[in-house]
Design a protein around this ligand. Sequence first.
Ligand SMILES: [Zn+2]
Ligand SMILES: [Zn+2]
Length: 209
Amino acid sequence: MARPKKIPIDGMKCTCCGLYQSLDNFPRDKHYASGYKARCKICLNKIRKERRYDYKYEHSPKGIANTIKYRSSDKGKLNKANYGKKWSAIPENREKMREYQLKANKTLLRKLSQKRYYETQNGRAKKREKDIRYKSKRRGSIINDFSNAQWLTQIKLQNGRCFYCKNKIDLTIDHIIPVSKGGEHTQSNIVAACKSCNSRKGNKIWLLL
Ligand SMILES: [Zn+2]
Ligand SMILES: [Zn+2]
């Protein structure tokens, strides 16, 4: 939902240093309701510099050695243990955690059942149908209503043989007018063709006799 924009007229208070300053001192940012970042340029530069320093130091050999030393010290271990305890002692955080876990479990269950479905015969067909439809849509086809049932019918119609060479080999979907040439992913534009005919045809339009 879009928030109503509060457009500051002459200046704003920086949330970092608390000084009221003219708008020239704030970087523009359309993600903020006001159209400007909440912190002044001076404060932001200071933060940036500090962070860069921290990053450099923490990734230097000396910084890494110090971190390891601190983490393995009694004080470091205690701090680490206390940090988690302190965090989970706040009821709000516990609630947050529970919500997060529930959500993660739900997602996992959904993914698992989807995976199981895609391993069945029906699921495999559905997935292939979905994939091909998506592919042809990406190539610019407007009508994408070819279903798996129609595919099976088409194979039956061709007695399981390739539309072009009449061989009984692995059949693939072939667009009579290629999707790249404006053909649609729909029943009237699809025949079953073997892989070699399909690739030999490429994106050419073969005249049907
Ligand atoms: Zn400031
Ligand atoms: Zn063929």
